[in-house]
Design a protein around this ligand. Structure first.
Ligand code: ADP
Ligand code: MG
Length: 216
């Protein structure tokens, strides 16, 4: 049986994986975790329910666990197409980070008041999970500086394109003000059509493309 031990994750993550009863990585996680943890840009095409959140969550948090806590936050940005998805991803990451003291994760999405989200930003979250529109608003107001981001995740990238978030994604990525070589950019999608390939070409460098037909 394959286990998470093989990846040499930070002990805080191994502890939370055990506590959360995640014993065996899914086929999708087995296929992509080595490249993800090696810091490569990866485009993963795998069906819904195959465990993509845990794959990028471990990538973000394992990188964060190696740092000394003095670097600029946020360290990672996860873009999701909807509020519901942002909340789900936030919830999963909070669970995974439960043994990492002082690692703050914040969800930023529209449809709710802005003020409480702006207040939460004062606590310097290490990871921001959010929807493109609200993230753009907050950057425009000068309340979110993404120049410390080392890991960028475009989750459900196919849905973000279908929902017309292409311009917002472009805007946010240029607001990060970084060379692509400084950021590990990860793209997750249930489909891998031509528009996703273009997105990958635009934002990723030498991306490993991992496609799982029957991932579970
Ligand atoms: P996807 O993003 O690929 O649609 P999710 O990341 O939402 O899938 O995961 C689907 C479900 O599988 C979640 O409930 C998650 O907790 C569970 N899951 C993820 N990885 C594992 C694992 N290794 N073992 C057991 N359950 C897992
Ligand atoms: Mg998902």
């Amino acid at each position: 049986m394959s286990t998470f031990e093989q990846y040499g994750l930070h002990h805080a993550l191994n502890t939370s994986l055990a506590e959360l009863k995640y014993t065996e990585p899914t086929a999708t996680q087995q296929a992509c975790l080595p490249d993800l943890l090696a810091g490569k840009d990866v485009a993963v095409e795998a069906k819904t329910g195959s465990g993509k959140t845990l794959a990028f969550g471990l990538t973000i948090l394992n990188k964060l666990a190696q740092l000394d806590g003095t670097e600029q936050h946020p360290h990672a940005l996860v873009l999701c197409p909807t509020r519901e998805l942002a909340e789900q991803v936030n919830y999963q990451l909070q669970l995974l980070a439960r043994r990492m003291a002082n690692t703050k994760i914040l969800a930023l999405f529209g449809g709710v008041a802005l003020a409480p989200q702006l207040s939460s930003l004062r606590h310097a979250p290490a990871v921001v999970v959010g929807t493109p529109g609200r993230i753009m608003d907050i950057i425009s107001q000068g309340k979110l500086d993404l120049s410390g981001v080392k890991t960028l995740v475009l989750d459900e990238a196919d849905r973000m394109l279908d929902m017309g978030f292409s311009d917002q994604m472009d805007w946010i990525l240029s607001a990060m003000g970084k060379q692509a070589s400084e950021v590990q950019t990860l793209l997750f999608s249930a489909t891998f059509g031509g528009n996703i390939q273009q997105l990958s070409k635009r934002y990723q460098k030498n991306a490993e493309v991992i496609a799982l037909d029957d991932a579970h």
